[in-house]
Design a protein around this ligand. Structure first.
Ligand code: ZN
Length: 162
């Protein structure tokens, strides 16, 4: 069975930057499963899945534009520490959930000085060209429930509140 829209795909992947430094890998733990065409994968990877089959192993190069987008300087902001009131210990490198004009967003603390902290709301992989090493483990038709929910159901069923 070839991968097409509304197929459930189970795959292992390793993702690297363009210099082949490993960023993340599923090979040591659970493979990733998703519904093709649901936008679960970044666009530059999802488009390369089409027509692949179980057992296929391949490398996909995805430039930043088709991965997590370019970095935006405007997403780096310096705010008063009181903005994150209730968080006991702030530290550089910490990830926080912040309420922004665009809704709730994950930001990373990149600097602290006196009562001000600088946070970066860019995705950690924004601006980075990526290389994926992919192995297709399973391809099957998604069920009607899966298609209407937009996600894969495992043996235990949905596992989400609807
Ligand atoms: Zn569901």
């Amino acid at each position: 069975m070839k991968i097409a829209n509304n197929k459930v795909v189970v795959m292992h992947y390793a993702v690297m930057d363009s210099e082949e430094n490993l960023i993340d890998s599923s090979y040591d733990h659970q493979p990733l499963s998703f519904i093709q065409g649901s936008g679960f994968l970044i666009p530059g990877l999802e488009s390369e899945m089409v027509d692949k089959e179980v057992g296929d192993k391949f490398i996909v190069d995805v430039d930043a534009e088709n991965a997590y987008g370019q970095r935006h300087d405007g997403y780096v902001q310096t705010v008063s520490k009181s903005f994150f009131e209730g968080i006991d210990e702030l530290d550089v490198g910490m990830q926080l959930r912040a309420q922004t004009d665009d809704g709730e967003q994950t930001v990373i603390v990149i600097g602290m000085e006196d009562d001000e902290i600088t946070v970066d709301g860019n995705h950690p992989l924004a601006g980075i060209d990526l290389k994926f090493d992919v192995e297709i483990l399973e391809v099957r038709d998604a069920t009607e429930d899966e298609i209407s929910h937009g996600h894969v159901h495992t043996e235990g069923g949905c596992g989400h509140e609807h």
